[in-house]
Each structure stands twice: as structure tokens, then as C-alpha cells.
Design a protein around this ligand. Structure first.
Ligand code: XMP
Length: 506
């Protein structure tokens, strides 16, 4: 595997994605929590950083632990920090350099740059430049404004590059990553979704033996794939619970339950709608609503888990972005919303935790799901928040409001599917606003609810843009909603991006 040392760059996860696209396993570790080098670590990549190497207290790493033992590739800050620590000089650039630059290869024999064309463009994003390098370094590529765009140390497989091969704007970034990971580090390209599934099931068999495992499923991709892996390993010893919290989409409870039964899972559906509605009654504050839902969920889950005799493990669909230890080089970030995931279950249950997907990114989870034959119906789903429609009904939640929103949401989502737009957007849903407006139907004055449609494009939900859906589609959906859903007489479309807005309204 490849070890990625994170100095807090926004691109660190992208580096990991690129390595894994080469079918090579890699892990991200914080720069200040360096794991011991084991023989299966074939190379180390030092990431970029929002810091400047010139800042006092900027992150450092003890290079003597890795230099000469495995190949090293420093990217941006990673390259600068090595240059500076080994006697070179880094200064603030005359102009900050962002964007594309043409790469002029100085050393055509360099293994790192093998196969790169003379028209290769790279993506620059830095405010500092390496202005001098020690004698043991030699420059292997430059750009018009950066002399030391790429360097190699004499007699060792240590490289630094000022640009970002991991972003798609670097036209031959993939080739460069291949050169380093496969060529220089000699990693085998055998980490595929098939091998992951096979190996994980084998390991789960050993780890879980004849023990019983309980798991809460949500209908989403992660918990479904995690459960399927555990099911392949231990069959009926996996007890799955699917809770109807009364906040799911229209008909979703029945559909998902049937899919799980068809997959052969040992699944129990629990109708807890009334409990959730009574816990939510009268609550209007978004955080209070989330907390009430979280608590009701834990109560139900605890009650159900206790009905299973002798259960020892709790299965969870945690994925890699949830567990990467984030490096905070610029101070802690504030909590915007307290997320309720089936993830955060109580310790008081004293169960051991099994998380078979905790090394995977979301799209890798989908790929494993496909390998396991899980239907596209589940794998291709948009993300849906744990608290469900409750955080899309602004203000207090009642069964009647849920019913209205379910109908509107179904028209919107089915419309997206009919118009072949469902896959184009990352997530879509509807908000029911605590606002009435005047309308006219026939000769009658109406005074009814307003709904806001929301559809976004995104990669990971951290940032998002509103989806530029066709006007004809919006017109059809709006018409259908107002004509078919009693209680709604006005439809608006949310055109805010995240940031500064968020995807959900609460
Ligand atoms: P926001 O609204 O923060 O949402 O832009 C980002 C993504 O997270 C989902 N979301 C949640 N998911 N529990 C979840 O499991 C939650 O409490 C929760 N709140 C928001 C949201 O749907 C979007 O995909």
C-alpha cells in the first residue's frame, strides 16, 4: 500500500482516490501521527497544505524515518517542506500561482515523468516557490514561472512536485501517479472491488465466527452494502432492523423492506411511526428535532436489539471519509448541524463494533455493492438524511404534513426519473415551508402551503451547486404538484449554492 501523510490540504482525499483508481490500496494519516513503516508500505506521498512552510509552527515531518527506505513523493507543500528541511530555500511567489501551466520536462529519462508528452499541462495552486535547492537535488521539470516545478534527489527515489497531479486539470496527472505508484514504488495493482469483497468476507468469517450481529439498516447505500458483506460471511446470524420512523419517502418503507427480503437478509421491519411523531410533537427548533429523532431511534433500536438473544456485535455502515482523522492546521471547524446517523449508537449496549466499509470511499462502496449483485435501485439512490422528511418540514412535524410532503416529493423524484435527470443530480428533495400564500383555483380563492424544490450537483455533499434543471421540466412538475396535491398552491425552486446555504434547509 501507499501511505499518504496529510498536511491538511483540501486535495488529500483526491490523492487517495487517484491511488485507488490504480487498484492500489492507500491510507491517509495525519502528518503528526506517523505510523510505523511496515514492509507492505511501498511508498509515501506528502500532501499539500493550507499553511506556508515559512510560517512559524507550520507542520513538519521527521524525514529521516522514511528517506531512503521507501520512495517519497512530495506534492506542493510536501515538496516545499522537503526542499526547505534539506537546505533549500522557499520564498513567497511574486504572484500567487493558480491555474494551468505548461510543463517543460528537463530530464527525459526521469521515471516519474516517463510517458508525459511535451504538451503536458499541470495545475498550480500555491503562494510559495522553491527558489534554491541543495546540490543533491536536480530539477526534472519547470514551467514558465516556476523553475523547480519537479525535482529528484540524487541516489534516492525521493521526488517533489510543485503542481497537483491529483486534480483532473493536470492533463497527464494520472500517468504521473501511475509512474510513481506502479513504476517507482512497484505496487501491485490487485486492489479491486472483487478482491475487497472476497477478502473482507473471509476476514469477517474469522472475526465473527458463530457470533450474532445486529445492524440497523436505513435503505441507503452504505448500510445495505455493509449488511450484505456481513450476511455473506455469517448468514442468518446477522439480524437486521429497519425502522419505519414515519419520516421516509412515499412507499419507501415497503419497497426497501421487500428489497432486503429479496436479498435474503434476515430483516425485521419495525413500525415506530407513532413514537417518532409523538416525540416530535410541538418541536420547531431544527436541533431539537434532530435530537428527538436520534433519541427515539436509539430507544427503538435498543429495545429491538435486546429481543435478540446473545448478540455480541453491532454492524455499522461507516465509510472512510467518516473516519479519516482530520488534520486541523487552521483551528477547529464549527459544527453547523448535528448529524444523526445510524452510526452513532449508544455505548451502553456494550456491543463490539464491526464496520466492514470503513476503508472505502462512497463510490468504492457502490462498486463493491455491484460486485455483490445489489440492485441499482439501492446503489443508485440519492443520499437521504437520517432524520428524513422531518428536516424538510420547516417548523413542527405532523403526520398530515408528512403526507403532503411525501406526495410532492414523489412527483418531483418520479419526474426526475422520467426525464432522465435523476442520475444527473447528486441529491434532490422538497421542503414544505411554514408559509401559506394566496392562490386561485377555478373561481375559488385558496390559501395554502408553499413547497420549495431543491436539486443539487455535488461530489461529496461538502459543497454543492443548485442543479440547472430545464424550465420545461420544472413547469411540468410544478403543474403536477399543484393539480394533484391537495394543500399546496405554490411551488418555488431553490437556487442557492452551498456555501453559503446548505443542502437541507434545517
Ligand atoms: P447539509 O444540509 O449539511 O447536508 O448541506 C449535507 C448532506 O448531509 C445530509 N444530511 C444528513 N445526513 N443525517 C444524515 O445522515 C443528518 O442529520 C443529516 N443532515 C444532513 C444531507 O441530506 C446532504 O446529503
Amino acid at each position: 500500500q501507499i501511505l499518504i501523510l496529510d498536511f491538511g490540504s483540501q486535495y488529500t482525499q483526491l490523492i487517495a482516490r487517484r491511488v485507488r483508481e490504480l487498484d492500489v490500496y492507500c491510507e491517509i494519516h495525519p502528518y503528526n501521527n506517523f505510523p510505523e513503516l511496515t514492509p507492505n508500505i511501498k511508498g509515501v506521498i506528502l500532501s499539500g497544505s493550507p499553511c506556508s512552510v515559512r510560517d512559524e509552527g507550520s507542520p513538519r515531518v521527521d524525514l529521516s524515518q522514511i528517506r531512503g527506505q521507501v520512495p517519497i513523493l512530495g506534492i506542493c507543500y510536501g515538496a516545499q517542506v522537503m526542499a526547505q528541511m534539506l537546505g533549500g530555500e522557499v520564498q513567497a511567489s511574486q504572484t500567487r500561482e493558480y491555474g494551468r501551466a505548461k510543463l517543460n520536462i528537463a530530464d527525459h529519462d526521469s521515471s516519474l515523468l516517463a510517458g508525459l508528452s511535451s504538451s503536458s499541462h499541470v495545475w498550480m495552486s500555491h503562494g510559495d516557490t522553491i527558489v534554491s535547492i541543495p546540490d543533491s537535488f536536480h530539477v526534472i521539470a519547470s514551467t514558465e514561472s516556476v523553475r523547480v516545478a519537479a525535482y529528484k534527489l540524487a541516489d534516492e527515489l525521493t521526488y517533489g512536485i510543485q503542481f497537483h497531479p491529483e486534480v483532473t486539470h493536470s492533463t497527464e496527472g494520472k500517468q504521473l501517479m501511475h509512474n510513481f505508484v506502479v513504476g517507482i514504488c512497484e505496487c501491485k495493482q490487485d486492489w479491486t472491488s472483487e478482491s475487497f469483497a472476497e477478502q473482507t468476507i473471509a476476514e469477517l468469517k474469522v472475526e465473527l465466527g458463530n457470533d450474532r450481529v445486529v445492524m440497523a439498516l436505513s435503505g441507503g447505500v452504505d448500510s445495505s452494502v455493509a449488511a450484505t458483506l456481513v450476511h455473506h460471511a455469517i448468514g442468518k446470524n446477522l439480524f437486521c432492523i429497519f425502522v419505519d420512523n414515519g419520516l421516509l419517502r412515499k412507499d419507501e418503507y415497503e419497497q426497501v423492506l421487500h428489497s432486503y427480503e429479496d436479498m435474503g437478509l434476515n430483516i425485521k421491519g419495525v413500525d415506530a411511526k407513532d413514537l417518532f411523531y409523538s416525540e416530535l410533537a410541538g418541536l420547531t427548533d431544527p436541533e431539537a428535532k434532530r435530537k428527538a429523532i436520534g433519541k427515539a431511534f436509539i430507544d427503538i433500536f435498543d429495545q429491538e436489539a435486546h429481543l435478540i438473544e446473545d448478540v455480541k456485535w453491532l454492524g455499522q455502515g461507516t465509510i472512510y471519509p467518516d473516519v479519516i482523522e482530520s488534520v486541523s492546521v487552521k483551528g477547529p471547524s464549527a459544527t453547523i448541524k448535528s448529524h444523526h446517523n445510524v452510526g452513532g449508537l449508544p455505548d451502553f449496549m456494550k456491543l463490539k463494533v464491526v464496520e466492514p466499509l470503513k476503508t472505502l470511499f462512497k463510490d468504492e462502496v457502490r462498486a463493491v455493492g455491484r460486485t455483490l449483485g445489489i440492485s441499482e435501485n439501492i446503489l443508485g439512490r440519492h443520499p437521504f438524511p437520517g432524520p428524513g422528511l422531518a428536516i424538510r418540514i420547516l417548523g413542527d412535524v405532523t403526520a398530515e404534513k408528512v403526507h403532503i410532503l411525501q406526495q410532492v416529493d414523489a412527483i418531483f423524484i418520479n419526474g426526475l426519473k422520467k426525464w432522465d435527470l435523476y442520475k444527473e443530480v447528486w441529491q434532490a428533495g422538497v421542503m414544505l415551508l411554514p408559509v401559506q400564500s394566496v392562490g386561485v383555483m377555478g373561481d375559488e380563492r385558496t390559501y395554502e402551503n408553499v413547497v420549495a424544490l431543491r436539486a443539487v450537483t455535488s461530489v461529496d455533499g461538502m459543497t454543492a451547486d443548485w442543479a440547472h434543471l430545464p424550465y420545461d421540466f420544472l413547469a411540468e412538475v410544478s403543474n403536477d404538484i399543484i393539480n394533484r396535491v391537495k394543500g399546496v398552491n405554490r411551488v418555488v425552486y431553490d437556487i442557492s449554492s452551498k456555501p453559503p446555504a446548505t443542502i437541507e434547509w434545517e
